[in-house]
Design a protein around this ligand. Structure first.
Ligand SMILES: NC(=O)C1=CN([C@@H]2O[C@H](COP(=O)(O)OP(=O)(O)OC[C@H]3O[C@@H](n4cnc5c(N)ncnc54)[C@H](O)[C@@H]3O)[C@@H](O)[C@H]2O)C=CC1
Ligand SMILES: O=C(O)[C@H]1O[C@H](OP(=O)(O)OP(=O)(O)OC[C@H]2O[C@@H](n3ccc(=O)[nH]c3=O)[C@H](O)[C@@H]2O)[C@H](O)[C@@H](O)[C@@H]1O
Length: 428
């Protein structure tokens, strides 16, 4: 099929590449001309292992091209809208990019006959699809579809190629038929429903995953006092098939471009309707305070933070991405600097972005240089390079043997054998 994708960020780019890999003819459109130029040169604006190779492959095969105006989408039968829906000041989803893209679509398809699906993949509050359908009602043969995306950064392409489920919300048989045809080569469970249900499935999924994380983080605070080990607790819980093992890892909390903004947007939608989502409110509160709780633990163990030299390992919001949106590192660094600590930091790909925000931090290109002379090391993001450490070498380089494992991934027994004092998150 002829497919257009408006917005070539994380979601748009991986959607475009995966649909091209599935044999469709795809055009990616973005208002950011610099991004389009880079993409035309087969350069991915996003870091993710394997993504740039796949991008080059489908461009070389003539199945994917890029354009900076929506006119490039004239021939498309299915048009995805994948623009950002960031958090507005009041916590709601800012839909201005979505409405601008929909307006472009209205101008393009208003005059052109032909049955088409316009598919919203951006995460949008319940009712948005209906409003966009209204905005496009002059385009009589356009069917408005909600098809939320569940990919994770760092494994976005693989998640897009092999989705856990395909949720499609629409109100016409033609729309469902076009989506069936589009995803004919993709296996996954289908949920065919209304647009409103599809929109809420997306927010509810992210909110529930965030809830699991905050639940474990709050329990980790208790575990730290009880002298129990949250990792063992989590393993023991996760073996119950009704609970499952995923998203039970305690740590410094969740970051990224989605859990923080989507939980805020869901709360805002509920507030507008006069409904209290008390649990979700607390989920956000636990997440907001988790870095400060851990920094307090570090302060106690180091007997103050003033003029202490602290090495921060890992800066992106999770491994395998250069995204630092809402990264825990930013909050942790902020707390340390406020208390007068001297910081060195390392990340395989995200250091430059953090350096622009915190020029007072000493950024190193190597874990060991980061550890040199440090009074303590704090693991913030569990990159492989930050886990697979030669502990004898690390011990020799550090001024004091204090390890703070903010992700519970360092080998506690082994580092203790090397003479380190180890403190995890809710782990004895
Ligand atoms: N990042 C992620 O892992 C996931 C994101 N989502 C949702 O998908 C949506 C997009 O997220 P990202 O890809 O992360 O956003 P992003 O901010 O990385 O990319 C959005 C792109 O849209 C472009 N754009 C904005 N207005 C435009 C217009 N009128 N015409 C053409 N291009 C336009 C921007 O220049 C940008 O390149 C959001 O609603 C997000 O919540 C859903 C699942 C996963
Ligand atoms: O809507 C979105 O944008 C996406 O949001 C998340 O994906 P993502 O933010 O890329 O990353 P996750 O792997 O979910 O991790 C989010 C944060 O939670 C943290 N986390 C995750 C799991 C866990 O057990 N504990 C924990 O602290 C991670 O460190 C990270 O900071 C969801 O997992 C995707 O399904 C969804 O599509």
């Amino acid at each position: 099929m002829n497919v257009a994708v408006i917005g070539t960020g994380y979601v748009g780019l991986t959607t475009a590449v995966s649909l091209a890999l599935h044999g469709h003819q795809v055009v990616g459109i973005d208002v950011d001309r610099e991004k389009v130029t880079r993409l035309q040169q087969k350069k991915s604006p996003i870091y993710e292992p394997g993504l740039e190779d796949a991008l080059g492959q489908v461009i070389d095969q003539g199945r994917l091209r890029f354009d900076h105006t929506v006119n490039g989408a004239a021939e498309a039968t299915v048009l995805f809208i994948c623009v950002g829906t960031p958090e507005a000041d009041d916590g709601s989803a800012d839909l201005r990019f979505l409405h601008a893209a929909a307006e472009d679509v209205r101008n393009l398809y208003g005059q052109k006959p032909g049955k088409r699906a316009v598919v919203i993949k951006s995460t949008v509050p319940v009712g948005t699809g209906d409003r966009i359908a209204e905005q496009l009602k002059a385009c009589t043969e356009v069917h408005l579809v909600s098809n939320p995306e569940f990919l994770r950064e760092g494994s976005a392409l693989s998640d897009s190629l092999h989705p856990s489920r395909i949720v499609v919300g629409a109100d016409s048989p033609e729309a469902f038929e076009m989506m069936d045809q589009l995803y004919a080569n993709v296996s996954g469970h289908w949920v065919k429903t209304t647009r409103a249900n599809a929109e809420l499935i997306k927010y509810a999924s992210n909110a529930f995953l965030a809830t699991r994380i905050s639940f474990m983080n709050e329990l980790a605070r208790l575990s730290a006092v009880l002298g129990t080990d949250i990792d063992v607790i989590s393993r023991g819980m996760g073996l119950d098939s009704r609970i499952g093992p995923e998203f039970l890892r305690a740590g410094l909390g969740y970051g990224g471009s989605c859990f923080p903004k989507d939980t805020a947007a869901l709360l805002q939608v509920a507030k507008e309707k006069g409904v209290d989502l008390n649990i979700l409110q607390q989920v956000r509160e636990v997440n907001r305070t988790q870095p400060a709780w851990y920094v307090q633990l570090i302060r106690d163990k180091l007997q103050g933070l003033r003029e202490k030299r602290i090495a921060i390992l890992g800066l992106s919001f999770k491994p395998e991405t250069d995204d630092i949106r809402e990264a825990r590192s930013l909050s942790v660094i902020g707390h340390f600097l406020q208390e007068g600590a001297f910081l060195s930091a390392f990340d395989p790909v995200a250091a430059d972005a953090v350096a622009r925000l915190y020029p007072q931090v000493r950024f190193e290109t190597d874990v060991y240089e980061t550890l040199r002379g440090a009074d303590a090391a704090v693991l913030v993001t569990e990159w492989k390079a930050c886990i697979q450490i030669d502990w004898s070498k690390a011990k020799a380089l550090m001024a004091r043997p204090m390890l703070f494992d903010g992700r519970n991934v360092w080998p506690a027994d082994l580092v203790r054998q090397h003479g380190f004092v180890y403190t995890g998150v809710g782990r004895s």
